[in-house]
Design a protein around this ligand. Structure first.
Ligand SMILES: *Cc1c(COP(=O)(O)O)cnc(C)c1O
Length: 230
């Protein structure tokens, strides 16, 4: 079951990359394991998955440090993909290799301070808000330049790229313009001298479109693990 669905996701990523003239190896699959038990994550590791994404710090902490999984921590990359509250920054820095969702100066400074205390350089992405949706997180497009300049000055944070979650639409083609805009924004910022190799974009319903538009990290949960019950 898990083998078939994960294989299919890898196959579709490869095909989408090739359609766009890209090397499929540029695209990394982040298997999103929110609500997925440590036992099933264990199964996914045994099938060869290595990058896992979680969106709640406490839930992730339980799994990452669980008896089933803690021995494999050196093999794995854990990514934080949800909204990060400032008061959870310390635990997040302890647990995660990459935080996809930095979206304010305040949060970035907190992550920097905590990483400094741990003697770590925290890899991060900036989450960009591409549509005017009040309930969504992310820095609005017009604020990205300023945030990027201040984050680039932090000593214990390494900015590696951008992330976005477009408004949900069952039709994947509705995501294409948003992903294209994120890629353009990244190209423009790179033109200004910032090094932003990673583009985190695409979920179960639209990751193929995201890969066609340049995603280097796709965050896929349901298409691998099935529908979430909670
Ligand atoms: C849950 C989640 C995903 C994965 O969603 P699926 O539709 O299950 O693939 C991706 N990104 C973020 C930020 C999420 O919270």
């Amino acid at each position: 079951m898990l083998l078939a669905s994960a294989t299919e996701v890898f196959r579709r990523i490869s095909h989408a990359a090739m359609r766009a003239g890209r090397n499929p190896e540029e695209v990394k699959l982040v298997a999103v394991t929110k609500t997925v038990s440590s036992d099933r994550i264990r199964e996914a590791i045994d099938l060869g998955l290595r990058i896992f994404g979680e969106s709640r710090v406490q839930e992730a902490e339980k799994k990452i440090l669980s008896e089933e999984l803690k021995g494999d921590r050196h093999l794995l990359q854990w990514h934080f993909i949800g909204h990060l509250q400032v008061n959870k920054a310390k635990t997040a820095v302890q647990l995660f290799d990459l935080i996809h969702s930095v979206d304010s100066q305040h949060l970035a400074s907190e992550v920097d301070g905590r990483a400094g205390q741990l003697g770590k350089v925290q890899r991060v992405l900036l989450q960009v808000k591409l549509a005017d949706e009040p309930a969504k997180h992310g820095v609005p497009e017009e604020g990205v330049g300023e945030l990027i300049r201040s984050v680039s000055r932090l000593k214990h944070v390494r900015l590696e790229g951008l992330m976005a979650i477009p408004p949900f639409a069952a039709d994947a083609e509705r995501s294409r313009d948003y992903y294209r805009r994120l890629a353009c924004l990244r190209d423009r910022l790179q033109g200004e001298g910032f090094h932003l190799p990673e583009l985190s974009m695409g979920m179960s319903h639209d990751y193929q479109v995201a890969v066609e538009e340049g995603a280097t990290l796709v965050r896929v949960g349901t298409a691998i693990f099935g529908e979430r019950s909670v």
